[in-house]
Unconditional design. Structure first.
Length: 160
């Protein structure tokens, strides 16, 4: 009889509950679970895992992946970290906010918005969080096409 870990149970539960909305899953190592989901199921999955105890959002990670941006929500319950990843197209970088489910996501979503320009629809305040007050609109420093020379040029223009 095989012993099933808490991490394996979580993956199996999510696969059973969400089926083809789960595009990838793995128990990476003890206490680390990775699950990729379709963007239209983000709020449904976040709500479900928060009801299972994954209410603490330790951080969010933004990624640039070819024609998409990825966002990874790192949620913790006990000593298990669930890294829940979804993507959005670069041409229309939008995801629903999860602030109504996990209020602590408010600042993380603002930071990802500052750095990548992803709009979190329904967010109460996407004003800049970590960029300088006079930072040029539409310039997102962690996008690959954003080069240091362009940032310097835009900041010089803003001084004028």
């Amino acid at each position: 009889m095989a012993i099933v870990s808490k991490e394996q149970e979580l993956v199996a539960d999510l696969k059973q509950r969400f089926g083809d909305k789960i595009t990838e899953s793995a128990v990476q190592r003890p206490r680390r679970v990775f699950v990729a989901i379709l963007p239209d199921s983000l709020t449904e999955v976040i709500k479900y895992v928060s009801e299972k105890g994954y209410r603490h959002l330790s951080t969010m990670t933004g990624l640039e992946l070819g024609q998409t941006y990825g966002v990874i929500y790192h949620l913790i319950e006990g000593n298990v970290v669930l890294s829940l990843k979804t993507n959005t197209l670069k041409s229309d970088a939008r995801l629903p906010t999860i602030v109504s489910i996990i209020p602590g996501a408010e600042l993380y979503e603002r930071e990802v918005h500052d750095m990548f320009g992803i709009v979190f629809e329904g967010h109460p305040d996407l004003s800049p969080l970590i960029l300088p007050e006079k930072w040029p609109s539409g310039l997102y420093p962690l996008r690959k096409e954003c080069k240091i020379e362009a940032i310097k040029a835009e900041l010089e223009k803003a001084k004028e």
